[in-house]
Design a protein. Structure first.
Lengths: 169, 149
């Protein structure tokens, strides 16, 4: 069957020099295309540079976001960012759609920072995954983090009860 | 060197007059997953959800798959994103929740685009704002849901 609509989002996170991270997100569907670039400085994870570029807007509803881009400088990736970003980028004078994508991009930095930690946990406490015998011919898991390590990780209040992996531990 | 990359892709099909199906995939360093959703149109009711965790970090992650079936019977409206995050993401998987939100939103954007294409074919000078107003009159629950601006 032929698809009649697609929505694609591609996000990358790259460490630059001296604690600077660059996040790049591109979202495109049949109606709209935007590119978001954020430079974020560790350890405070504050935005040093932001650009929000609408490449295509078939409905013609999204206003110029250059002023919102400038206001993003200083915003920190962390608690409270949702309300701040929605206030700066969204609303009647801005773009709620782009605001949600900016938040998505910011969240990807948190994921990027988490990758080495989870890799370390898998190396230290990896266990061969037990899966039902029936299923796909090729599986994408070989080793997962064991229960003991998952329990230890769930001591982090940010993770505790946050999903099926860290619930009821 | 790149530390992290995520790709999310959602495709939408129209299966007859009253069924829309989205298939979404998410892949990054940590996870690979897919989600298929069937929605009844125009009642905007989620008929069926199929979530599959393909690559994950803990033995417990696959338990999330069943949680997402709780959305069967839910309607697409302004409350949907919050429900998915709170009632499915926290008990299942927040990455799958993010993919499911994209799937539902893309189904609606696809319908909007499809109707707009037909309307433009019938009237090449179509006024976009008038078209959007008539779309939301037909689907009032979508006015607070679709982030068009």
């Amino acid at each position: 069957m032929i698809l009649d609509y697609q929505n694609n989002t591609y996000t990358t996170v790259e460490p630059l020099d001296q604690g600077l991270w660059r996040i790049f997100l591109r979202n495109e569907d049949n109606l709209f295309c935007v590119e978001i670039a954020l430079d974020v400085k560790a350890p405070a994870l504050d935005i040093r540079h932001a650009s929000l570029t609408v490449k295509r807007d078939d409905l013609g509803l999204v206003p110029d976001l250059s002023s919102a881009s400038e206001k993003m400088v200083g915003v920190r990736v962390g608690p409270g960012m949702t309300k701040i970003v929605r206030g700066l980028v969204g609303g009647p004078e801005g773009s709620d759609r782009v605001a949600e994508l900016v938040l998505d991009a910011m969240e990807m930095l948190i994921n990027a920072i988490t990758v080495p930690e989870l890799r370390k946990a898998t190396d230290l406490a990896g266990v061969q995954v037990e899966l039902p015998t029936e299923g796909p011919k090729i599986r994408l898991n070989h080793t997962v983090i064991n229960e003991e390590m998952a329990l230890k990780m769930a001591e982090n209040p940010r993770l505790k009860d946050s999903c099926a992996a860290f619930r009821d531990l | 060197m790149l530390q992290y990359a995520r790709v999310k892709s959602v495709g939408v099909q129209r299966q007859g007059q009253d069924r829309r199906v989205a298939s979404g995939v998410l892949e990054d360093e940590l996870y690979a997953m897919q989600c298929e959703i069937a929605v009844d149109w125009p009642t905007l009711t989620i008929e069926s959800v199929q979530a599959r965790m393909k690559r994950f970090t803990t033995q417990r992650c696959p338990r999330a798959e069943q949680v997402f079936e709780r959305a069967e019977g839910w309607k697409i409206d302004g409350e949907l994103d919050g429900r998915i995050k709170k009632e499915l993401g926290r008990y299942g998987c927040r990455h799958m929740a993010s993919l499911m939100i994209d799937c539902c939103r893309t189904i609606v954007r696809a319908e909007l685009a499809r109707e707009m294409r037909s309307a433009r074919e019938a009237d090449p000078g179509l006024d976009t704002k008038s078209f959007l107003e008539s779309f939301f009159e037909r689907y009032p629950g979508l006015r607070s849901y679709l982030l068009l601006q």
